[in-house]
Design a protein around this ligand. Structure first.
Ligand code: FES
Length: 149
């Protein structure tokens, strides 16, 4: 296994075992629940947006190691970003996990989220990795429920 793959795997294991921002946020103004139709897992994303900028974000729910790590890294990468930047990051992440293996140049802006580059080799895992992101997009759009596409 290459050093980079090993590093990516360590990041995913770390975030799945000790997910960051994993809590209910009772005073969040934008809340959405996402479902993965393949396994039935559900995730809730809580958002606070002030003047077009994400001031706080957290998540709660159940899922596999990939979905928990993805949600954890997503919340870490979003704090302080504008809504437009968050939507752009969603697009980059979605492209990362759905492109043909080896076909995508990993954008620097993805940072640690690049750890999910290997997911595209396992199509069944794409919904796991993108569950938190679809839920985030629904929360940004003011929708209370969504399903991974
Ligand atoms: Fe349910 Fe991955 S198996 S989210």
């Amino acid at each position: 296994m290459s050093d980079l793959r090993e590093l990516y795997q360590e990041v995913i294991i770390d975030h799945s075992k000790r997910p960051r921002n994993f809590h209910v946020m009772p005073d969040a103004k934008q809340i959405s629940v996402g479902h993965n139709p393949l396994c039935g897992d559900k995730m809730t994303v809580f958002l606070k947006v002030d003047d077009g900028r994400i001031t706080d974000v957290s998540f709660d729910g159940t899922g596999c190691a990939i979905s928990m790590a993805s949600a954890s890294l997503m919340t870490e990468s979003l704090k302080g970003k504008s809504v437009a930047e968050a939507v752009q990051l969603f697009g980059m992440f979605h492209e990362l996990v759905t492109s043909e293996p080896g076909q995508i140049k990993i954008a620097e802006a993805l940072g640690k989220l690049a750890a999910f580059a290997g997911v595209c080799e396992f199509p069944i895992r794409v919904k796991c990795a993108s569950l938190a992101w679809h839920t985030l997009r629904a929360a940004l759009e003011g929708k209370q429920e969504t399903t991974t596409e």
